[in-house]
Design a binder for this molecule. Structure first.
Ligand code: NAP
Length: 320
């Protein structure tokens, strides 16, 4: 099979297309024939060698894919050959024509979702879900600011929060992105490049502030976030690309909480529950992953450049 392989850490062009043996399933494993692969920012950090956890070289990147079960190993109960599925982690890597997966990391892909949408589910939706419900304990009737709502995690956060009965305010850096955020269920949208947008946020909440913030760029925004939280507000640190200065007094005055969140810290039980909820949301149509751009698998280096560029519009997906 064809697969992308990283033989040394470095810039996007260290990703090369190679020919590898097709995987065969062992006990409790399935082989997925991949139709679409989700590209996440974390894969760029891992490829460059900057991420805390480094895989052994050489490796095939990626955790998120969607496709069809091609082979099942002994003892596999939940899937049969031909089932449509999405993956939440693989053993052999997702940037490939096939992936070997543990049965527990494969989930049914409802008919109404395309393969490209299926590839956009795992990291973005599980991150938004765990941030909202496991970390911030977001409640119906509360107001959430999705700070960076135009990308993979942001659009997931907007849809999940709206379906939950929250008032949703999203931000985006381009007119196209902001239009998409409104179309996906935000009640209000603001431009995070506009110097006055946090004043506009306070006006929208009649001076009260927001109960929850899903923060995609904490190194830029955390200090400001603390000033627009309501009493008892919670900000979830999802994305962070550097350091930031904050005034702790802003948190103190509001009984506010700054909550770190890394998806991989989720327990087995939490992750199981998250995927049960995501499959239900895909089935009933409340979750509709947005695919902004598609690249052929061989163009993975260009996809890695695109995922870090400004002007997000949903997910970037590779097609093997
Ligand atoms: P993405 O699709 O590339 O989206 C990036 C988002 O950040 C876009 O909405 C972008 O908006 C927004 N943004 C840019 N400048 C901003 C600013 N000044 N203020 C607020 N938002 C701004 O990435 P993603 O997959 O959604 O991931 C978002 C971040 O979360 C990344 O840093 C990623 O590494 C991290 N993440 C963390 C976890 C975890 O477990 N903690 C899991 C998944 C992702 P415009 O492009 O419209 O300006």
């Amino acid at each position: 099979m064809k697969a992308i392989q990283v033989r040394e850490f470095g810039p996007p062009n260290v990703m090369q297309m190679v020919e590898l043996h097709d995987p065969a399933p062992g006990r409790g494993q399935v082989v997925v024939r991949i139709h679409a692969v989700g590209v996440n920012p974390v894969e760029t950090y891992i490829r460059s060698g900057a991420y805390a956890r480094k895989p052994e070289l050489p490796f095939t990147p990626g955790a998120d894919a969607a496709g069809v079960v091609e082979a099942v190993g002994e003892g596999v109960r939940r899937f049969r050959v031909g089932d449509r599925v999405y993956t939440a982690g693989t053993i052999t890597g997702a940037y490939a024509e096939r992936a070997l997966c543990d049965e527990s990391t494969v989930h049914a892909l409802p008919e109404r979702a395309t393969f490209a949408q299926g590839a956009a589910v795992n990291i973005p939706y599980a991150t938004a879900y765990r941030s909202l419900f496991h970390r911030a304990h977001a409640a119906a009737g509360e107001t959430v600011l999705v700070h960076g709502a135009t990308g993979g995690v942001g659009i997931a956060g907007v849809q999940l929060a709206r379906a939950h009965g929250m008032t949703v305010i999203g931000t985006g850096g381009t007119p196209e992105g902001r239009a998409r955020v409104l179309a996906e269920g935000a009640h209000h949208v603001l431009d995070h490049r506009d110097p006055g947008y946090l004043d506009a946020l306070m006006a929208l909440t009649e001076g009260r502030g927001v109960d929850v913030i899903l923060e995609m760029l904490s190194n830029v925004n955390l200090g400001k976030d603390l000033t627009v939280l309501a009493q008892g507000g919670r900000v979830v640190v999802i994305g962070c690309r550097g350091t930031v200065e904050i005034n702790p007094r802003e948190a103190m005055a509001r009984d506010a909480a700054i909550l770190g969140m890394v998806l991989m810290n989720g327990s087995e039980r939490e992750i199981h529950g998250i995927h049960a909820a995501l499959v239900a949301g895909l089935e009933n149509g409340t979750l509709r992953p947005v695919v902004g751009r598609e690249f052929p698998l061989a163009e993975a280096p260009a996809a890695h450049e695109a995922v870090l560029a400004p002007g997000a519009l949903g997910k970037i997906v590779l097609l093997p």
